[in-house]
Design a protein around this ligand. Sequence first.
Ligand code: ADP
Ligand code: ZN
Length: 755
Amino acid sequence: ASRCIEVALAAPLFRTFTYRVPDGIAVPVAPGTRVLVTFRNRPEIGICLGATEPPEGITLKPIQAVVDDVPSVPAALLQTAKWIADWYAAPLGLTLRSMLPTALSSAKAPAPASRTQRMVRIVMDLPSLLQREQTFARAKQQRVVYDLLEAQGGAAPLESLRVQANCSAGVFTAMAKRGLVDIRDEVQQRDPFADRPGTLPPPNPSAAQQEVVRAILAGDPGQVFLLHGVTGSGKTLVYIEVLRAILQQRDKTAIVLVPEIALTSQTVDRFRGAFGDDVAVLHSGLSDGERLDAWQSLRRGERRIAVGARSALFAPLERVGVVIVDEEHESSYKQSETPRYHAREAAIVRARIEGAVVVLGSATPSLETWERADRGQAIRLTLPDRAAGAQLPPVTVVDMRVELRQAVTARNPNAPFDEALGVFSTALLVALEQRLVRGEQSLLLLNRRGYSSFMQCNACGDVPVCPHCSISLTYHRVPEILVCHYCQYQQPVPLVCAQCSADTMRRRGMGTQQVERVLAERFPEARIARMDVDTTSGKWAHTQILDRVGRGEVDILLGTQMIAKGLDFPNVTLVGVVDADTGLNLPDFRAAERTFQLVSQVAGRAGRGPKGGDVIIQTRMPTSHAIRHAITHDVTGFVREELGARRMPAYPPFVSIANVLVSGLDQAATAATAVAAASWVQRLVDRQGLRDLVFVGPAPCPIDRIKDRWRWHFLLKSSQPTLMTRVARYIAERCPVPKQHELRLTVDRDPVSLL
Ligand code: ADP
Ligand code: ZN
């Protein structure tokens, strides 16, 4: 056998390397095996791709060692990696590295992380605003700390809290003395899923569920199914029954993808309830060591189900029988750095290679998947009704333009300006009040965090923007600062306008912090929890907040899109959408689709129990098709209208697109490079006579500066995926970019965001 092997190394290069296998190391070295080599005079871990012929006239370097007994990358996964590298124009070595735990892909052993940290924990509950005002009447900083703690699920690391509250450690000591909080060193909780009790799934699938399960199990190898089940139709039980058959009758393994583990802990608990230790939960909270343990238990076949976010698709399982992608429409399945793969598309490819079936589940399928079913490339299965006789909740729409007009007319001109004006409609307030009286729970969605969207000078109209990004700064109240949501830049709140020096700075637009305050003032006895990026910085904060809701310790859960993902709480009888329009006017062709999905999904959290439920949607655009069809739970109607809008000009799913992004530190150089790159591509198109390649741009990106980098882009569209693959690859590999101003060119195939 040949003593030369082809090796993929984790470098940003579109090529592989040839090494010699010295005598004393047995050949052949199996593809997928890790080898230790010297690269640029440093030890590196590479992946053997297979034997190759020695190139002529070159002395090859030898590999140092073969690291694996059994290939770390099973054959089907290696093939999947090659597809990803090809389709998304990514270097194969980088793609393979992203599939392996850090501990396996680095030549250096990972440093063990410290296991204890100083934690502050609330010990005295002050659920209502009234109690808090009394307790903190003369201790403003303590109030800030308490609110921050509360918002993070009741506990937080002291150091991070101190930074967030911008206070001295003395504040904590004072609070501990008053018996409000407890401070101590705690062993960092590493894998909460290891000791969470699983939940038992309902015992008996309904006839409709059984029928769907039968259809999936009858699927040919590689068959893709779209499981379109309305919210609350019991898709999880379908997954569980399919898994049971695949594992027990067919003795195969399975991969289950969920959008985000922390937000879908309820679903994950059900898998663990059904399959116990057979499930490896791969989540971002795992330490390198724990991740390695989980990976190895899968590789050795000790656990047969991998559950996790998009990278769980790379679980080192063999004999995979089914790949389930829950909430397949979620954009978090797309990775935003190299390799920029979409886990749903990669799942279909891996399943085809493995001979497994694929289940793409959603109540609001993506247009891509919907169209795939229309073309006959996926079999559509439908669960049209909710499980256990529950009904889809009736949805009421409130036109906030009318509401605001009435509120202004009715307002007492001598009363002080009311910040709550226009936040809540009368209908929503009445509905919230009723729930509180009846001891039922409410969910409120506002997809905008912070207190106000931005500040503006009433005199000259100036808006403070981030010095590093082209985006206005968001006003945060606890602690009081302006923050950039793209780069986290912070600055104190200006007292006077930076442009005209007038003292007329006003807060405009509302965020979750403000709605929380308005709510607390209106319903001082209510127990309110807020869930957004600011309250969930602790790794398990999401799960803690959700568990509190599940235990009935929260009356109103207010949050951003985080609260719209799969929550199943039977006592939630009201869902309110405070402002459905936040995402509707973004300059992105998926704006309407996202809004429809978000509003439908959050509406689907209501009325899952025997008490039923209601949904109230506040909007200024009641005639938008995204809102109209969400009201009637009409996916088909929405898709029909939206597909019509994607034909002219053509957008996915009718064409394949790639976003070519040029960024750099210098504005003029970035623009010039983008223009040069575009004409370079244009020449390629002309030279090769590529008629089926349409060009849009170049132009500055909608957000034309992020983290000091200027951003330009152009779009490529083609109805031939293979042509797109060739062109995207050619651009990524060859398009010249000057080596200055940190200029960078990236190709994002099938992008989920064009901002
Ligand atoms: P989906 O993911 O489709 O929105 P879930 O899987 O969360 O729905 O199921 C909704 C609720 O219905 C859950 O509380 C679940 O336990 C319950 N359920 C599902 N199937 C059945 C069944 N066959 N019998 C009784 N309850 C069921
Ligand atoms: Zn910024």
